[in-house]
Design a protein around this ligand. Structure first.
Ligand code: DQA
Length: 143
């Protein structure tokens, strides 16, 4: 089965962006890890990253049409995008929300809300990039 891993804004700079918070793994390395973890779980994983909200919405709309399961780290859009809320609401296959850090434990109040969580079968946060493996395992377990 096919799974999409979709990463939102600024995650393209993983490894260089605030490594004390997000770690040293680059986005390219994360993508390779996800493909390998997926293969071990029998999943055909495709990883994408965008800094453009409309592009993410287009990907989610296609995932809804195709009933493709999604692992989503929508980064800052998580916290305020009602277009993202609506895009996630219409998904037809399971959605797992991932964050590398634990937004609920961070000092900025804006990180304490998520428009994705109401639509997610699971939220995995604060596990670093290993959270993506947990998210793929959760989808694999659902079949
Ligand atoms: C993040 C947490 C968000 O609050 C933040 O805006 C990000 C990354 C995470 O993976 O920890 O860009 O989604």
């Amino acid at each position: 089965p096919r799974v999409l891993v979709l990463n939102g804004p600024n995650l393209g700079r993983l490894g260089r962006r605030q490594p004390e918070i997000y770690g040293a793994t680059t986005h390219a390395e994360l993508a390779d890890l996800c493909v390998g973890w997926g293969a071990d779980l029998g999943l055909d994983v495709e990883v994408r990253q965008t800094n453009h909200e409309g592009e993410l919405l287009d990907w989610l709309n296609t995932a809804a049409d195709d009933a493709t399961p999604v692992v989503l780290n929508a980064a800052a859009w998580t916290h305020y995008s009602y277009a993202l809320f609506d895009a996630c609401a219409q998904l037809t296959a399971p959605l797992v929300e991932v964050h590398i850090s634990e937004p609920l434990q961070r000092p900025e109040e804006f990180r304490h809300t998520s428009v994705v969580t109401p639509h997610a079968v699971e939220v995995i946060a604060g596990q670093g990039v290993a959270g993506y493996r947990a998210a793929l395992a959760a989808l694999a377990a659902r079949g």
